[in-house]
Design a protein around this ligand. Structure first.
Ligand SMILES: NC(=O)C1=CN([C@@H]2O[C@H](COP(=O)(O)OP(=O)(O)OC[C@H]3O[C@@H](n4cnc5c(N)ncnc54)[C@H](O)[C@@H]3O)[C@@H](O)[C@H]2O)C=CC1
Ligand SMILES: CCCCCC(=O)CC\C=C/C=C/C=C/[C@@H](O)[C@@H](O)CCCC(=O)O
Length: 256
């Protein structure tokens, strides 16, 4: 299988897109460590996964991506347990325009933190074996979502950070590829009760719902399939892969 022998870490791996990524990577032969704050969801998922994949290819570690200490401990535990890290999926994210600092802290700072801590373990220049980092951005990382300006900013930041890290890694010979997946609307808890999550922009919920209807919904598994493509296609570095209900498309960015 494509990922046999590979060790993957998935943040926010207990639910939604992260759960689908976890399952898809396991199906492809990887060992998967899922980091999440929702212990009950994670333990329920682990029970299901153990029945299908056995107990030796999955591990749940309670970890918030907001904590440097917890991320460092989780990635060290991963390396101590499975020998290294080959794939990092910085997937954890929230929608909360009311608590916008928390949105930035998780969606952007959490991606930067996970990347920088994993770099110490994955970088070929520091004893790592290289690999790939796939960041879950969003279509809102490529264009503005009027009802959630801070969520939009966080996702634009993820796209920019990913592309810059890809260039830095190539120029530095880290041996690590960096890519972003940019889904449209996906049927998960994140987009439930959006009116409560839009803060001062809750009056724009209808406009967002109209966009959601026009773009149609994706299943988490469709996003996970694109993550698998970015993980396994070694020609992909610095890419942003858009995922629509109608298909997928790599972004062509302007050459400055
Ligand atoms: N649902 C959608 O329409 C879209 C979602 N995305 C992005 O996909 C990613 C996953 O979101 P969904 O699966 O939709 O949401 P979800 O709410 O179903 O799952 C998010 C997971 O992240 C975990 N999490 C939240 N805060 C965390 C933290 N501080 N540390 C560790 N884990 C944490 C949650 O416990 C949950 O298991 C997010 O980055 C989101 O922005 C991108 C485009 C579309
Ligand atoms: C309700 C928030 C959902 C958060 C979850 C997501 O990340 C969903 C993102 C899905 C689609 C986003 C599409 C964004 C489209 C806009 O950029 C576009 O409609 C703007 C067009 C006009 C312009 O460029 O100003």
């Amino acid at each position: 299988m494509a990922l046999s022998g590979k060790v993957a870490v998935v943040t926010g791996g207990a639910m939604g897109i992260g759960r689908a990524i976890t399952e898809t990577l396991l199906q492809s032969g990887a060992t998967v460590v899922l980091l999440d704050v929702n212990e009950s969801a994670a333990k329920s998922l682990l029970d299901d996964l153990h029945k299908v994949y056995g107990r030796d290819r999955t591990l749940f570690l309670s970890c918030t991506v907001e904590s440097e200490e917890q991320v460092k401990a989780a990635l060290q535990k991963t390396v101590d347990t499975f020998g290294g890290i080959d794939i990092l999926c910085n997937n954890a994210g929230i929608l909360n325009e009311g608590e916008w600092e928390k949105t930035v802290s998780i969606n952007l700072l959490g991606v930067i933190r996970g990347t920088y801590v994993a770099l110490q373990h994955m970088n070929k220049l520091t004893g790592g074996r290289g690999g790939v980092v796939i960041n879950t951005a969003s279509m809102a990382g490529l264009g503005p979502l009027l009802s959630c300006p801070v969520y939009t900013a966080s996702k634009h930041g993820v796209v920019g950070f990913t592309r810059a890290m890809a260039a830095a890694s190539k120029a530095s010979d880290y041996g690590i590829r960096f890519n972003a997946v940019c889904p449209g609307f996906v049927q998960t808890d994140l987009i439930s009760n959006t009116k409560l999550k839009l803060g001062q922009f809750s009056h724009l919920e209808d406009a967002t719902n109209q966009l959601m209807a026009e773009m149609r919904m994706l299943a988490p598994s469709e996003v996970a399939a694109c993550v698998l493509e970015l993980a396994t296609d070694e020609t992909k570095n610095g890419e942003a892969l858009m995922v629509f209900a109608q298909g997928k498309q790599y972004v062509t960015f302007p050459t400055l």
